[in-house]
Write a protein that binds this ligand. Structure first.
Ligand code: SF4
Ligand code: SF4
Length: 490
């Protein structure tokens, strides 16, 4: 592999605000009295509950199973009793409620039986993928796509496994702290991934603003005597952690529009996902917790916490010295790609990498008309034309927006950040994508209904034809029986 780094187009240099939350070691978040577990914490179909209210559950026990191929199960993060299964507010831009399992914890943290695999190298990759699937592991970089799917190249050759350690968005430091504190776990997880994918090359791509984390990874590789994993620093420039951008910087390859990295022989996973895979395979522990950065101007003691899923966000704010009632804006994720949380009582889920809480926010400037300055296009790391996307999304011309590769937009927010007219461009792109998906779903439903109708008509026609044939046959049999009788009577 060539060590030469490329540059992706556009991008921004942003104030990192990382040091605030990296001054102290990661602490465990306090065990809450109640854990609220949404059944949908991942990309794909919602998991289906397999427990009932009143049932006692153990830490690590599966409480909801995956529904279909693209889905992920949910496990009890602690032991206790299921006290409710029903709709609860969840962290989502819509602010809506969704089905959740609520567990009242008993404080004993009693584990269910675990089945660790010590020697993963002797295991068939399909068995490892199944373990990872059953452990509910999804991409922890923010997207939440079920990880076992990305470890199944379906006959395609994977030349390079890339570990995304860029963590390019301001304020977020959970991966940085994980690398500093659990580098060996990450390396073991990467080895399991390499075994599953048979990848010839492996690169960890890390921004050059994380020297401690990089040193920890290099040290772990030396101590574990592991070869073939390259730790490569990339320049700190947002959004270097975008999958396509990182692949381009590290390999010079372009993921095709509407294509996947595996189409060019590359698979990309987040470093926290690698650590989760290690714990699932070698300790038999499902995904029940993660590191979460709690930071922002409304947090007196910013830090990273190891948090059980289902923990109300308000309790994390309190543990970091903040009064949830005085927080003016709470964002899940970072300032560029995160979304506003409507109430601090919603739970931490698998994709919660950061809570950004601010106290005194300046009023957002009013949006002005587009002056066609082109600044947005210069900042776009995906080589798109944000202005055109905006015009078409604004006019409801979704086909035209799609023709301008709307779905290549990674919603990084660079265009909106530089727009002198303060147009909330990303909101328009999200709206346009949502409308296209809704129409696509409605079209699929209409197609299914039409197919069902056509099938019914065909079945009715067939029934009629069969009835007529039976009728004709009966008539012919009757005629056959009658004819000799008639003959003899004459
Ligand atoms: S940056 Fe804003 S004002 Fe300038 S072209 Fe883009 S959308 Fe229009
Ligand atoms: S949000 Fe989309 S259009 Fe805007 S800069 Fe990012 S990738 Fe480009």
């Amino acid at each position: 592999m060539s060590g030469k780094l490329r540059r992706f187009p556009g991008g921004l240099h942003l104030d990192g605000h990382k040091t605030e939350s990296t001054q102290c070691a990661v602490q465990r978040a306090r065990l809450p009295r109640r854990l609220i577990l949404p059944l949908h914490q991942h990309i794909g179909a919602e998991a289906k509950s397999v427990v009932m209210a009143g049932e006692r559950v153990l830490k690590g026990q599966m409480i909801a199973r995956a529904e279909g191929y693209v889905s992920a199960p949910v496990h009890a993060p602690s032991s206790g009793t299921v006290v409710e299964i029903g709709d609860r507010p969840v962290p989502h831009p819509s602010g809506l409620s969704a089905p959740c399992i609520v567990i009242e914890t008993d404080g004993t943290e009693q584990w269910c039986e675990r089945h660790p695999v010590q020697d993963y190298i002797t295991q068939d990759p399909s068995h490892l993928r199944n373990l990872i699937r059953e452990a509910g592991i999804v991409g922890l970089g923010g997207a939440g796509f079920p990880s076992f799917i990305k470890l199944n190249p379906l006959g395609k050759t994977v030349d390079t496994l890339i570990l995304n350690a860029a963590e390019c968005e301001p304020y977020i430091t959970c991966d940085d702290m994980l690398m500093r504190e659990r580098a060996a776990e990450i390396i073991h997880g990467i080895q399991i991934m390499r075994h599953a994918l048979h990848a010839a090359h492996c690169i960890i791509g890390i921004e050059d603003n994380k020297p401690e984390a990089r040193a920890a990874l290099v040290r772990a590789l030396q101590e574990l005597h592991i070869d073939g994993i390259q730790v490569t620093q990339v320049p700190t420039r947002y959004p270097a952690g975008g999958e396509k951008q990182l692949i381009h910087v590290l390999t010079g390859k372009e993921v095709p529009s509407n294509g996947l990295p595996v189409h060019i022989g590359i698979v990309c996973h987040n470093v926290a996902t690698a650590a989760a895979i290690y714990r699932a395979v070698q300790h038999g522990e499902p995904l029940i917790s993660r590191y979460v950065t709690v930071t922002g101007s409304g947090v007196p003691e910013p830090r990273n916490l190891e948090v059980l899923f289902g923990t109300p966000m308000a309790e994390l704010l309190e543990q970091c010295g903040a009064d949830p009632a005085s927080v003016e804006r709470l964002v899940m994720g970072g300032p560029m790609m995160g979304f506003g949380v409507h109430m601090p009582g919603v739970p931490v889920v698998k994709t919660t990498n950061c809570l950004l809480a601010d106290r005194h926010l300046p009023a957002a400037p009013a949006a002005m008309p587009c002056i066609r300055c082109g600044a947005c296009a210069e900042a776009c790391p995906a080589n798109l034309l944000p202005q055109q996307l905006y015009w078409h999304a604004h006019a409801g011309e979704f086909d035209k927006a799609q023709n301008y590769n709307l779905f290549d937009c990674i919603e990084c927010g660079c265009c909106a950040a530089v727009c002198p007219s303060h147009i909330p461009l990303v909101q328009y792109y999200r709206y346009a994508k949502g409308e296209i998906w809704t129409r696509e779903r409605e079209k699929q439903k209409a197609d299914v209904a039409r197919e069902r109708h056509e099938f019914r008509l065909a079945r009715l026609a067939q029934d009629k034809a069969e009835r007529e044939a039976r009728h004709a046959q009966k008539k012919a049999e009757l005629a056959g029986k009658t004819a000799p009788h008639e003959t003899t009577s004459h």
